[in-house]
Design a protein around this ligand. Structure first.
Ligand SMILES: [Fe+2]
Length: 434
């Protein structure tokens, strides 16, 4: 039991060093402010009591009963003690500086000890008159309630008071029955005071810890909110930047298509065919996004091809063809500067490769051609066949396009994709151009 009372810190152990110091300082401030107000009030009370002692003296009571003289000295002791601590606090200028914790602690300790000793003297004096110990009892309980003191501090304070009190009343109280009653009462009472102060101190520690926990959680929450808000801001900025760069590049595609009379709306239709294939092949969302972007941008490299080559109604010369064949590489080069297009560069670069290795720019073969590039290749060819071109009078039908796909399956196109396209067409997922 004693160990539990003395144990200062099963709760305080959960605090870190900084929090312990903060807690101690908070208690010092509370105790100091309470003691300061109390000392002002008590000074007034003791001065009144000294005046009553003076009246008793005038009545001649000091001569008849020895307790009155001792009572006066106890009041005088308390008055001087209170006055001294007030003067000390005044001269130490404890009111304003925040860091004079040593002085504040000294003020509280000396005030508590000396006031208890003064009230012991009063109760001893009372043994000659009324035989009561009320004053000491009240002040003991009062200090247990008013001050948040560490349990060890309280045990020492009450132990010293107890010894002085026991010696004093043993000397002053002549009636052994009354004396025995006082021994029992004060023993029980001081144990009660120690427990009481211990409970209040623990409650204060718990209060502080929960306050700190809430404070820490709030700080953490605030930090998380801030991080989220920053992430959100960054995301919005990135999306805006992405939108801007996408818009610019897609505008370039439209510019290109307006420049090339053969390819009006071509990229959107290629994207549409590619998406229908993607759906049939069960591609992931990420692959679909990349495929759609690549389909829109696959011919962006044509922006650097001279109009005379791009719009030539007759067959191209060998030199002109070599310029034309540079468009996949140019397209990848243009898009390499764009963050959002990094994943689609191989699709743009290799959309004219053939499954048998006879395509351009690198002559890649079979599975070494990126799968999404093979899809764009099929979609690109289907649209080239089925849309109007200056070099032929009528666009061909979707059936003719499929015939072409079947004819070139395994040479120009991946057979799996040819089959997939036919499947998509038969399921009416593709509306042929009219
Ligand atoms: Fe192309």
């Amino acid at each position: 039991m004693l160990r539990t009372i003395i144990n200062l810190g099963f709760l305080k152990n959960s605090m870190n060093e900084g929090q312990k110091t903060e807690f101690d300082r908070e208690l010092i401030n509370i105790n100091y402010n309470r003691s300061k107000h109390l000392s002002n009030l008590l000074l007034f009370v003791f001065l009144v009591l000294i005046f009553t002692d003076y009246l008793n003296y005038n009545k001649g009571l000091w001569e008849g009963v020895p307790g009155y003289r001792l009572l006066f000295f106890s009041h005088l002791f308390l008055t001087i003690e209170t006055l001294l601590v007030i003067i000390y606090s005044f001269f130490a200028r404890l009111q304003s500086p925040l860091d004079k914790y040593g002085e504040k602690r000294f003020f509280v300790t000396s005030f508590s000890y000396l006031t208890l000793i003064g009230t012991i003297m009063s109760s001893i004096a009372d043994q000659y008159m009324n035989g009561q110990i009320t004053v000491f009892v009240l002040s003991s309980l009062f200090f247990a309630i008013v001050n948040y003191q560490k349990p060890l501090f309280n045990i020492i304070m009450y132990l010293i008071s107890y010894v002085i009190f026991i010696i004093g009343i043993t000397y002053a109280q002549a009636d052994p029955d009354v004396l025995r009653g006082h021994y029992i009462n004060i023993t029980v009472l001081l144990i009660l005071a120690v427990f009481l102060s211990r409970i209040l101190y623990s409650a204060k520690v718990k209060d502080f810890i929960s306050g700190k926990t809430i404070e820490q959680q709030n700080i953490k929450l605030e930090k998380t909110n801030q991080e989220l808000s920053n992430a959100n801001k960054n995301l919005n900025e990135s999306l805006l930047a992405l939108d801007e760069s996408q818009n610019i590049i897609f505008t370039l595609t439209l510019t290109l298509e307006s420049k090339d009379t053969n390819t009006h709306g071509h990229s959107e239709r290629v994207a549409e065919f590619a998406m229908a294939l993607a759906e049939n092949l069960g591609l992931s969302d990420k692959e679909k996004v990349n495929l759609w972007r690549a389909a829109i941008l696959h011919d962006i490299g044509k922006i650097g091809i001279p109009d005379a080559i791009l719009n030539k109604p007759s067959a191209l010369t060998e030199d002109e063809w070599s310029v034309m064949k540079s468009h996949p590489g140019r397209g990848a080069e243009i898009c390499s500067k764009l963050k959002f297009a990094r994943g689609i560069l191989p699709i743009i670069k290799y959309h004219h490769e053939h499954f048998d290795g006879r395509g351009y720019p690198e002559g890649l073969k079979g599975d070494s051609i990126p799968f999404l590039a093979r899809i764009v290749s099929v979609a690109d060819t289907v649209d080239a066949i089925t849309s109007p071109r200056t070099y032929r009078s009528q666009p061909r039908t979707m059936e003719q396009a499929i015939e072409e796909l079947e004819r070139c399956s395994g040479t120009q196109f991946d057979p799996v994709l040819v089959e997939s396209f036919i499947e998509v067409y038969k399921s009416n997922a593709i509306v042929p151009l009219t």
